[in-house]
Design a binder for this molecule. Structure first.
Ligand code: GRF
Length: 192
């Protein structure tokens, strides 16, 4: 019997897939007691999809359109957990309901601040710098019906320096994400 939790990762069309790679790696090296069974991608040749394949993980291509949620659920194929990693769309509601408290997302700021519609990529870091924050970080949270509003599972912080550009801050936060996401997944799998 396979005791490892089964995980599906949903990535975006243009995603670099760096969080996806960090999650796959941490499962492969035993840091997280889980197996990434499938990566669901809207395109078969995005950097993320190609990276998943090269790491030996199956890729299911699911293109947005009619019955999008049903087709995502079919691709997820009964996995225990879903991790969103650079998935920028609002997840179809039937997927959210089918996987309540089993879908995680990572956001590159300290929610509940700097989240919501339009708050992605460099927009987040620009807003943090503009507000004069001295600290930023990343948040892993449950996915609910609204953007970035589900309960917080795990946060990690890093400094914001006075001379930071959005790119510099983005790089610092991304490095933090790569350790925070596997930790958060381990935390929920272990029921902590
Ligand atoms: C990350 O910054 C994550 O916080 C956000 O989208 C970005 C995805 O980056 N949700 P990557 O594709 O994992 O490199």
């Amino acid at each position: 019997m396979n005791e490892l939790a089964q995980v599906a990762i949903l990535i975006g069309a243009k995603g670099r897939g760096s969080n996806m790679r960090a999650l796959i790696q941490s499962c492969m090296n035993g840091e997280v007691a889980a197996e990434v069974r499938v990566v669901v991608s809207p395109s078969s040749d995005s950097p993320g999809a190609l990276a998943a394949e090269s790491m030996g993980v199956a890729v299911a291509t699911v293109v947005p359109g009619d019955n999008y949620g049903d087709r995502i659920l079919k691709a997820v194929n009964g996995c225990d957990w879903i991790c969103l990693a650079g998935f920028t769309r609002l997840l179809p509601i039937n997927v959210v309901h089918a996987y309540e408290h089993r879908i995680l997302n990572i956001h590159p700021a300290l929610l509940p601040h700097y989240g919501g519609k339009g708050m992605y990529g460099r927009h987040v870091h620009e807003a943090v710098i503009e507000a004069g924050e001295r600290e930023s970080g990343c948040t892993v949270h449950w996915v609910s019906e609204a953007y970035d509003e589900g309960a917080i599972i795990h946060q990690e912080t890093c400094p914001v320096f006075p001379a930071d550009t959005a790119e510099m801050l983005a790089e610092r936060v991304l490095a933090l994400e790569h350790q925070a996401y596997p930790r958060a997944l381990a935390k929920v799998i272990n029921g902590l």
